[in-house]
Design a binder for this molecule. Structure first.
Ligand SMILES: [Zn+2]
Length: 482
């Protein structure tokens, strides 16, 4: 081996089932084998027999929203369960020095009606009067602002279709479906988004590295390249080292999205506002004109039926995917297997939201929620993701949930959809453009995006958890642990 200043030798690690050494040079794995030459004074990491696996890829999450959420107050289950706790966390947040949560706002996230009923401006004013407050619904679809917040976003100049008014014509505080406008209103100028008082993307990079995550797909349906400024900056500065693939809306071309790597175009099928068949066809065609695959957000059975009919009509492209697939019946399973459409699921929702689903979802639907094992055995490609910050960003929790299918209160949901721990891990080991095809072996010549566990793989899979991650390498650089 030649001397290489940036070479890394990882010794005594379990790779592909055998304890060996692995050498990295210039961001690439160059050798895997027993007793590798230690010359060239490379950095040496001793794995003590722990497993070295391909780094995890979270196939559907939202970087900027996660960055903001890390600076936010959670006001939904499981942290906040009732009206009293809701009032108390918000009042406490209002006592903190302004600026603590960013731009003087209290940003509360994860709200659900089960906590304190429907919210409006008056309910929030009674809790927090002078500090601008915004509360995001758990679905991510709606914000409710107090009066101070409404004044700050200049509510009268917001798109009318997103602002709810009462009978007297006064805004209720509920703003729906206008995040693309609000994103800029939360702060006054675009630059402030990345001037240190906006969301801290570096914190996201560090957190994900601690989970062994080396790649992510941002699933936000951004409509403008301006929306990507903060992500481009974060990558350029090395604040977000993970390999990043972005979706964005179907009208964005790969060259417009450059220097970011473009993934499938995101097509929303919101249940409150389902697009028509023809509108959907037009959106998929738009993506195709730019050579892009599509990722269609489908939560209900009907949305999925329409999405699959549209894809049948336009023609499937390898890499097309269904996001969430929260409810999938057997006819759709058969159809997806035949079409070669991949489902990108969030097993963590079974754990995080399962208790609520058991109350709210019709009994006949419970076994069809966030299916996984049943899809795989029918030949449908499935990939895993967390949908952070709408789900917990730790993929190991999702891996564990895919195995256990157990809610926080210990109930099992869709037992037949459980998968083995190894298969659950592999949900997070597909490439971004082929998420349902896990890459399990580590071979010379591949990128050195690796996750070192403190124990052998079989032991780690007995109780999958982020605590087993000892070190994370991206492009050969140690970005976590050591
Ligand atoms: Zn999402």
């Amino acid at each position: 081996m030649s001397a290489d200043a940036d070479a890394v030798l990882i010794v005594n690690v379990e790779v592909n089932g055998a304890v060996v050494d692995l050498r990295i040079e210039s961001a690439v794995v160059v050798a895997v084998g027993a007793g590798l030459d230690r010359s060239g004074a490379p950095v040496i990491v001793d794995g003590h027999g722990g497993a070295l696996i391909n780094g995890l890829h979270d196939h559907h999450m939202h970087v900027m929203a996660l960055a903001a959420a890390l600076q936010s107050v959670p006001v939904g289950p499981p942290q906040v369960m009732d009206a009293q706790a809701f009032a108390s966390v918000l009042r406490q947040a209002a006592l903190l020095p302004q600026g603590q949560s960013g731009l003087g706002w209290i940003r509360a996230v994860g709200y659900h009606e089960s906590v304190a009923g429907p919210l409006d401006r008056l309910v929030l004013d009674a809790l927090v009067e002078t500090v601008p407050l915004r509360v995001q619904h758990r679905s991510g679809a709606q914000w409710v602002l107090n009066s101070a917040g409404l004044a700050l976003v200049d509510v009268d100049t917001l798109p009318a279709n997103g602002v709810e008014h009462d009978d007297a014509g006064i805004p209720t505080g509920r703003l729906t479906g206008i995040d693309h406008v609000l994103r800029w209103r939360w702060s006054t100028t675009r630059n402030r988004m990345y001037a240190g008082d906006g969301p801290d993307v570096a914190a996201v990079g560090r957190l994900l590295a601690s989970y062994g995550v080396t790649g992510i797909t941002d699933a936000t349906p951004y409509a403008s390249t301006d929306d990507y400024i903060a992500l481009v900056e974060a990558q350029r500065r090395g604040h977000l080292r993970q390999r990043l693939t972005v979706m964005g809306a179907p009208h964005l071309t790969p060259s417009q999205l450059a220097p970011l790597r473009s993934g499938p175009a995101k097509i929303m099928m919101a249940d409150h506002d389902l697009p028509s068949f023809d509108e959907m066809v037009a959106l998929v065609r738009q993506a195709r004109n730019h050579g892009r695959t599509v990722a269609v957000h489908c939560v209900s059975r009907v949305a999925l039926v329409v999405a699959l009919a549209v894809l049948e009509d336009v023609g499937v492209m390898p890499g097309d995917r269904i996001e969430h697939g929260a409810l999938v019946d057997q006819a759709s399973v058969t159809q997806m297997a035949a079409m070669g459409v991949c489902v990108v699921t969030q097993p963590n929702f079974v754990a995080e939201r399962g208790d609520r689903y058991r109350v709210e979802v019709e009994a006949r639907d419970l076994d069809d929620l966030y299916r996984c094992g049943g899809l795989l055995s029918a030949g449908v490609a499935v990939a895993g993701s967390t949908d952070a910050p709408f789900g917990h960003p730790d993929p190991w929790r999702a891996i564990s949930a895919a195995v256990e299918r157990r809610t926080i209160h210990g109930q099992v949901l869709g037992e037949g959809e459980a998968v083995t721990p190894l298969r659950a891990l592999q949900l997070f080991q597909g490439a971004p453009d082929a998420p349902g095809e896990p890459i399990t072996a580590i071979v010379a010549g591949q990128a050195a995006d690796l996750c070192l566990l403190g124990v052998p793989l079989a032991e780690a899979l007995q109780a999958p958890m982020a605590g087993n991650v000892r070190a994370t390498f991206i492009a050969g650089d140690l970005v976590f642990g050591g």
